[in-house]
Design a protein around this ligand. Structure first.
Ligand SMILES: Nc1nc2c(ncn2[C@@H]2O[C@H](COP(=O)(O)OP(=O)(O)OP(=O)(O)O)[C@@H](O)[C@H]2O)c(=O)[nH]1
Ligand SMILES: [Mg+2]
Length: 672
């Protein structure tokens, strides 16, 4: 029994696909003129709906990519806190705002590019910036997307976009999750996560052209291939130390390859796009846990998404049996994805402890960093980094983190915002305030918080530094504290950070832990980031999927609706690259389906006359041919039985209207 697939698009199903599937529409866009010339202006109107974001606070010296500290805004501190949380207005002396402002100026001198005194990345939250993802998705599906690059209008806040709920002036705590974000005034939130959209360039289309030259009769096919689409790279830029630039640029689209031209001219390659990130940026696919890339060392570069291949022109289809091929391919679509970026400090040692324990004081005496030190909790609002150098060759980066409160893992206080930065540290220094009422309980409470936040952090090697030994109450409690810890197998250090006594021993011990952990890592060949992993593995995976054989496919049958769906990435790519404008495309399509065994497999599974068969974005009706001659199946397919998809006709009439009729008529099947 001979068999064919009739290319009968049902207008209904096409309409459905057209709205839901951007790939379908892109294909049409490539192959047909824009039937709606007003679309560009509509787009502009859409983007005009967004209220332009207010100018962020920018440090002197041009575009700031790093905030040292933003001046607190009145409204940020006016939010009521739950009773278990510390009220910042109480804890912060009135002069703080002024001091912070002064600090800004001082710190600027140290930027960028060293860790001397660096406090990192802070975002301003403003509900005006809220744009839901769907809206962005809509923009993405727009036909004009290739021309838009980092439009600066679509802003996506992950940390700062929370809208707090208040009832009668009281904050409504719906769930534990919400508590986490509500405890922190917006101005203190750390802009260390960002969501961006990346899309590699589509390949340019190949064209059908024939050589026409005087004295050269039958010049033959001369349609050139389309150019390759641009690639998306991710690169670590040492001069960037926050994700702040992604507040304004959310979309990164590489250029599309140019279309081929006559006289065998291939299209130009699309422009590459390099996304620059700060050292210590983790990249995940949005809403997935797996880390795709870990960008640590300045200069590291990863090919993330390779551009689509250019479609072949008709010159490439010339063969012994077909010397005048009227066929050319669409360019391959460039892959696209939403990414989540997360910035983690690249610190070797993290200083943790309860608020007011003396963490910042310790950092200030062991490094050149000048963090804010004051006698009230939550002096440190953002992590501070300092470089501790023992000699020329041995240095380490130490991060002083905001104090941890009981319940920090659930979001109380500020420390939870930054705990994730310690995930990357090799060792911790746990500072205990010796002058507190019960230092050992304070110690246990902080350890518990670390454990509850992430057991991996609690398992890191750590030093216990009992501080404020110059105060009598601390001195008195030291022996009992030491004994208690020793009975648990921990040997604590004592120090007076403010007098810089005992601090060298503490930091020396931390360095020892660090050195040991580095040695362990080197054993596993993990240390040199440049050789650590093949950073192109994401692109390789994309490429592998692209190179999937056309013969690898699965068939799914929906017996209720009599729909057969043929799924295979090779086949789907083939369908996407088929340019239905050209006469020979349909023949080739039928031929390939037969050659790769789709017909055979369908018949084996029991496909019947009139069943719907879906391959990629094509929907077809199965047609059993009654011709039983011994000729090959493809020959048996009468060209009359092949119908152009309905949408071709619809668009042809629109095109006629727009162009005023007198253009080259689309070739009709069977017209040869
Ligand atoms: N007497 C004495 N006071 C100290 C010592 N170390 C720190 N302090 C004081 O303790 C207070 C808090 O010090 P910070 O270094 O700001 O404490 P912190 O742990 O960074 O506090 P937060 O950033 O708020 O979590 C300041 O007034 C310091 O001067 C010490 O060894 N002896
Ligand atoms: Mg501090």
């Amino acid at each position: 029994m001979a068999t064919t697939l009739s290319l009968c698009f049902s207008p209904k199903s096409f309409a459905r696909r057209n709205t839901n599937n951007s790939r379908t529409r892109n294909t049409n866009k490539n192959s047909l003129p824009n039937p709606n010339p007003n679309r560009t202006s509509k787009l502009k109107k859409q983007s005009g709906r967004y209220t332009p974001p207010p100018e962020p606070v920018v440090l002197p010296g041009g575009d700031a990519i790093t905030y040292t500290r933003l001046p607190p805004k009145e409204e940020d501190f006016s939010a009521p806190f739950s009773s278990s949380q510390l009220k910042l207005s109480e804890a912060t002396p009135p002069s703080l705002q002024h001091e912070l402002q002064e600090d800004d100026d001082d710190d600027d001198a140290d930027f960028p590019g060293n860790y001397k005194v660096v406090e990192v990345f802070e975002g301003i939250a403003d509900s005006k910036f809220e744009i839901d993802d769907n809206e962005e998705e809509e923009d993405d599906d727009d036909g004009d997307e290739d021309e838009i690059f980092g439009d600066g209008k679509n802003v996506n806040f992950n940390e700062g976009d929370e809208v707090l709920n208040y009832e009668n002036g009281e904050m409504v705590e719906d769930s534990q999750e919400e508590v986490k974000e509500k405890g922190v005034p917006a101005v203190m939130r750390c802009f260390d996560r960002a969501k961006i959209f990346v899309k590699a360039g589509d390949g340019g289309n190949g064209v059908v052209a024939f050589r026409r030259e005087k004295y050269v009769p039958f010049g033959g096919p001369s349609g050139g291939d389309g150019g390759r689409g641009g690639n998306i790279y991710v690169e670590v830029d040492g001069s960037v130390n926050s994700l702040l630039p992604f507040r304004n640029s959310v979309h990164f689209r590489a250029g599309r390859g140019s279309h081929g031209q006559g006289k065998m001219q291939s299209g130009a390659k699309g422009e590459d796009v390099v996304v620059k990130v700060a050292p210590g940026t983790l990249i995940r696919e949005a809403d997935k846990d797996e880390v795709l890339l870990e960008m640590v060392y300045p200069g590291q570069r990863a090919l993330l998404l390779p551009g689509g291949r250019g479609g072949r022109g008709n010159a490439s289809f010339k063969s012994g049996t077909n010397k005048v091929p009227k066929i050319a391919e669409n360019g391959e679509q460039g892959p696209e994805m939403w990414l989540e970026l997360e910035l983690k400090l690249v610190a070797d040692v993290g200083i943790v402890g309860a608020p007011n324990a003396g963490k910042s004081t310790l950092l200030s005496v062991v490094s050149a960093a000048k963090p804010e030190v004051a006698n009230y909790p939550f002096t440190t609002l953002l992590p501070n980094l300092g470089v501790v150098s023992f000699d020329y060759n041995s240095t380490m980066v130490v991060a002083d983190l905001p104090g941890l409160l009981e319940g920090a893992h659930r979001g109380f206080g500020l420390g939870h915002e930054f705990l994730r930065h310690t995930e990357r540290c090799s060792a911790l220094v746990h500072v205990v305030d010796g002058s507190s009422l019960q230092p050992d309980l304070e110690f246990d409470a902080v350890r518990l918080e670390l454990n509850l936040f992430n057991p991996d952090i609690a398992e890191k090697p750590y030093i216990v530094a009992y501080n404020k030994m110059d105060l009598p109450e601390a001195y008195e409690n030291w022996e009992s504290f030491k004994e208690k810890l020793q009975s648990r197998g921990i040997t604590p250090f004592c120090m007076s950070a403010v007098k810089a006594e005992g601090t060298r021993e503490v930091i020396g011990a931390a360095y020892e832990l660090l050195r040991k952990s580095k040695e362990d890592k080197e054993e596993y060949g993990y240390e040199d980031g440049r050789n650590m992993v093949d950073l192109n593995h994401v692109a390789d995976a994309v490429q592998k999927q692209r190179n999937a054989s056309i013969n690898d496919f699965d068939i799914f049958h929906d017996s209720n609706a009599n729909i057969w769906t043929v799924v295979g990435s090779g086949l789907q790519r083939f369908v996407q690259m088929t340019n239905w404008r050209y006469v020979d495309s349909d023949k080739r399509f039928q031929h390939v389906l037969e050659a790769c065994g789709v017909y055979k497999a369908l018949m084996k599974r029991g496909v019947k006359e009139g069943d719907t068969v879906v391959v990629g974005e094509m929907e077809m009706i199965w047609h059993d041919s009654s011709d039983k001659s011994g000729a090959s199946r493809m020959k048996k397919v009468s060209t009359d039985s092949i119908k152009w998809p309905n949408w071709m006709k619809q668009f042809q009439s629109k095109w006629d209207e727009i162009e005023g009729k007198d253009h080259e008529t689309l070739p009709q099947n069977g017209a040869e």
